[in-house]
Design a protein around this ligand. Structure first.
Ligand code: GLY
Ligand code: MN
Ligand code: MN
Length: 461
C-alpha cells in the first residue's frame, strides 16, 4: 500500500503541466484573443489600407511525404486556424466583399471527404465560423482578381511580393493562386506596398497578452520537466540521442505537440558547437553535455539550455567556466526590468565574461572574448523561438531568453585544460511591472543544485 502510494507520488510530477481531462486540449487561445489581436493590428493600419496574411505553404519532404505542416505564425496569431491554403484579408474601413460587409475576410479550404479520409478533418467554412467565431468566411476558390478592389485603397500591407512569391509560393496549389492574384492586383493597380508589416507585427507579438503568458508558462514547464529528467538519467555510456529521447519523451508526456526547434544535445567537444543537432555521439565519463532543448505547445516555443556533467559531478575546470557563465547570467538578470534598453542585457553578460576570461588567462584582452562567446545573450521568445520584438526599452509582457555561454573547442589558443568545455545556460524571462520572472527557474542552475538533481532517481535509470 505504502509502496503504491510512493509510486503514485513519483508519477505525479510527470503529469503536472498539462492535465487533460477532455477528449482534446481545451486551453487553446480563444476566438476573442485572436479577434483582439486583429483589432490591435487594424488600429495600427493607416486610413484606407488593406493587409494580406497568407497561411504557410505545404512543403514536400520527399516523394509522397510532406514536412509536418507548420502554420505561418502571423496567420495563426490573427486566426488560430492551423490549416493550409488560407488567406486573411484585413481592411482599415469596412468594405463589401461577396455580399458580406466588414473589415475581416477569411478564405479557407473547402470540405473534401476524399481528402479528409486520408489526412483528417478539414473545418470548412462552417467549421471555421463555428470554432473561431469568424464572421466573413469563404472557400479559397472565391478569391479571384475581382474579389478585392485595390483601386480604392491607398496602401497595402503584405509580407510577400514578386520574387518572394515566385521563390516561396509558386506551386499549383490554392495558396499560390491567391498569392499570385494578390501580387498582380498590387502591380496592375500600381499601389505602394508598406514596408511596415514586420515592424507592426513585432510591436504586437513582442508584448505577450495574458492568454499567451499562460501558454508560455505551460510550455516552459514541459521543457523544464525534460531537462530535469535528463539531469537525473544521463550517465557515461549513453548516447546523445538517448538523452534527446528522454528529453522529448518528457515534453510529450506533459502534453507538448512538437519540439520548438531541433534538439541540441552536444557532449564533449560537441558542447562547443552552438547549434549541434546531430546528437549521435557516445557520451564519456568526464564529458559535459550541453542540452538546448524545448517543447512547443499551441504554437508557442520555450527555449531552455542546461549544461551538465555526464557523470553527475563537474571537474574543477568545468566548474570554473560554468560559474563564470552563471555569474554572467545573474548579471544579465539584473537588467531585466521595464525601461532598460534590450541591448543592456547582453552588455551586462558580455562584460562579466570578458573580465572572467581575462582573469583566467584564457584571453589577454577583453576584445578577444567574442572568440569564446560569439553570440548574443537574448532574443525574444514566443510563437517563434527567435520571436519578433521591438528591441527597444523593455516593457511588461516582453518575453525573451537570457543565454550567455562560453565555448572552448579543442586546439583553442589557451591552456589545453580548458579544451572541450562548452557551457550555455539559457532561461526564459518575462518582464513584469516591477522586474522579471524566470519562467524556467524550475530547472536547477547552480553547480550544487545540478549535482543534487543528478543523484535523484530517474524513471529511466
Ligand atoms: N535554441 C536556439 C537558441 O538558443 O537560440
Ligand atoms: Mn535561445
Ligand atoms: Mn536555445
Amino acid at each position: 500500500m505504502i509502496r503504491k502510494l510512493l509510486l503514485g507520488l513519483l508519477a505525479l510530477p510527470l503529469f503536472s503541466t498539462a492535465q487533460q481531462t477532455t477528449e482534446y486540449p481545451n486551453d487553446y487561445l480563444s476566438p476573442e484573443f485572436h479577434a483582439g489581436r486583429r483589432a490591435a493590428f487594424k488600429a495600427l493600419m493607416p486610413k484606407n489600407s488593406v493587409a494580406f496574411f497568407f497561411a504557410s505553404q505545404v512543403r514536400v519532404r520527399n516523394n509522397d511525404v510532406d514536412y509536418m505542416y507548420a502554420q505561418s505564425k502571423n496567420f495563426y496569431y490573427f486566426t488560430g486556424l492551423e490549416e493550409p491554403n488560407s488567406l486573411l484579408v484585413l481592411f482599415k474601413e469596412p468594405v463589401t466583399i461577396l455580399g458580406a460587409t466588414g473589415t475581416e475576410f477569411l478564405f479557407v479550404q473547402p470540405r473534401n471527404p476524399q481528402q479528409e479520409m486520408w489526412t483528417g478533418k478539414i473545418l470548412g467554412v462552417e467549421g471555421v465560423k463555428d470554432r473561431y467565431k469568424f464572421v466573413n468566411v469563404f472557400t479559397h476558390d472565391k478569391f479571384t482578381a475581382s474579389t478585392v478592389d485595390l483601386g480604392k485603397v491607398d496602401s497595402v500591407f503584405t509580407l510577400f511580393r514578386g520574387e518572394e512569391i515566385l521563390a516561396k509560393f509558386k506551386r499549383p496549389d490554392p495558396l499560390s493562386r491567391m498569392a499570385m492574384i494578390t501580387d498582380s492586383l498590387i502591380v496592375s493597380n500600381n499601389k505602394p506596398v508598406s514596408a511596415g508589416t514586420r515592424g507592426m507585427m513585432a510591436k504586437l507579438r513582442g508584448i505577450k497578452q495574458p492568454e499567451e503568458i499562460a501558454i508560455m508558462e505551460k510550455v516552459v514547464n514541459m521543457s523544464v520537466a525534460g531537462h530535469n529528467e535528463v539531469m537525473k538519467s544521463v550517465k557515461p555510456g549513453m548516447t546523445e540521442y538517448q538523452a534527446q529521447a528522454v528529453m522529448e519523451y518528457m515534453f510529450k508526456k506533459n502534453g507538448s505537440e512538437f519540439v520548438g526547434y531541433p534538439s541540441i544535445n552536444g557532449s564533449g567537444a560537441n558542447s562547443c558547437i552552438l547549434h549541434y543537432e546531430t546528437n549521435q555521439r557516445l557520451m564519456k565519463n568526464g564529458d559535459l553535455l550541453l542540452s538546448d532543448c524545448a517543447a512547443e505547445y499551441h504554437g508557442y516555443s520555450a527555449d531552455v539550455t542546461r549544461t551538465i556533467p555526464v557523470n553527475g559531478k563537474f571537474t574543477a575546470e568545468q566548474k570554473i567556466i560554468y560559474e563564470l557563465v552563471l555569474e554572467a547570467q545573474d548579471s544579465a538578470f539584473l537588467q531585466c526590468k521595464p525601461g532598460v534598453p534590450f541591448r543592456e542585457v547582453h552588455s551586462a553578460a558580455a562584460r562579466v565574461i570578458a573580465r572572467g576570461l581575462q582573469k583566467l588567462g584564457i584571453i589577454s584582452e577583453a576584445g578577444q572574448a567574442r572568440t569564446y562567446f560569439p553570440h548574443g545573450t537574448s532574443h525574444h521568445l514566443g510563437l517563434d523561438v527567435h520571436d519578433l520584438g521591438s528591441g527597444g526599452p523593455l516593457e511588461p509582457g516582453a518575453c525573451f531568453t537570457v543565454e550567455p555561454g562560453i565555448y572552448i573547442p579543442p586546439n583553442s589558443k589557451c591552456d589545453p585544460k580548458w579544451w572541450n568545455i562548452g557551457v550555455r545556460i539559457e532561461d526564459d524571462i518575462l518582464i513584469t511591472a516591477n522586474g522579471y520572472r524566470n519562467l524556467s527557474a524550475g530547472a536547477p542552475r547552480t553547480v550544487a543544485d545540478i549535482e543534487k538533481m543528478a543523484k535523484q532517481k530517474s524513471v529511466f535509470k
